[in-house]
Write a protein that binds this ligand. Sequence first.
Ligand code: C5P
Length: 302
Amino acid sequence: MTTAAPSVTVRVPAKVNVQLAVGGVRPDGFHPLANVFLAVGLYDEVTAAPAPELRITCTGPGADQVPLDRTNLAARAAIALAELHGLAPDVHLHIAKDIPVAGGMAGGSADAAGALLACDALWGTATTTDQLLAICAELGSDVPFSLVGGAALGVGRGEQLTPLAVGGEFHWVFAVADGGLSTPAVYGEFDRLTAGLEVPEPEASETLIAALRTGDATALAAALTNDLQAAALSLRPSLAAALAAGTDAGALAALVSGSGPTTAYLVKDAEAAQRVADALLASGTCAAARPAVAPAPGATVL
Ligand code: C5P
């Protein structure tokens, strides 16, 4: 009998920003945010297995756009964790993608959080949550949230998290666009569109946080905002037709997810989700339409 090599698989959710309030650009190039993250039930899986040297493989939709070298956020996560413990990052990371690539749903951040947790379990390094969160924050503004999941308010550049209560399930549809959008390009377009204007300090909406707490989809729909939406639409005007197709089909509200180009539709229930997903696909305004339920748990070892 042969013993299979040990490996650890971690499942990590996508996110949608139910509020993304963006302030004027800081001297370090980042923007101050009041960012209300909600984890949604679309997942990537990251598997870590022993290997003679660091290796990344990736399968799933959009996998051909994922870098397989040390610039991959999952590779950088493994290197950072190995460094913390004085180890060599000799690991094979396999990423099974289901989160849209460069879609504004934190897919790359999810893979980084998944790689951290998978390597920590594989190497038996028992890293504390605070240490993991510190590495996450260095890797990217959205990575800490991918680790914790649920719902949270992120301030600073989005990495300083306060968990938020969610009082029920929210049903969503996500329309996947053809091709991605670069997050820095969307922030750059935001700067261009707001040049010369007074950009207010970003502030979390108490109304929106209350809607999450009470599980009230209609109230949440009325409170959804994304300050990057105008910039994403400016770079990708065709997204307007997708947003209109979703609201025409009965979505409670439609918005761009994060920096886009994925668009997000909040709906009443699972039945409405299927109806809106079918209508979005039939409209020809998107490449795929995916129902998903929120909140979803953070990175989890399977
Ligand atoms: O933190 P992360 O690496 O995900 O950010 C990617 C890019 O998005 C940054 O280089 C920056 O251009 C932009 N960004 C920003 N303000 C934030 C978060 C991200 O300008 N709060």
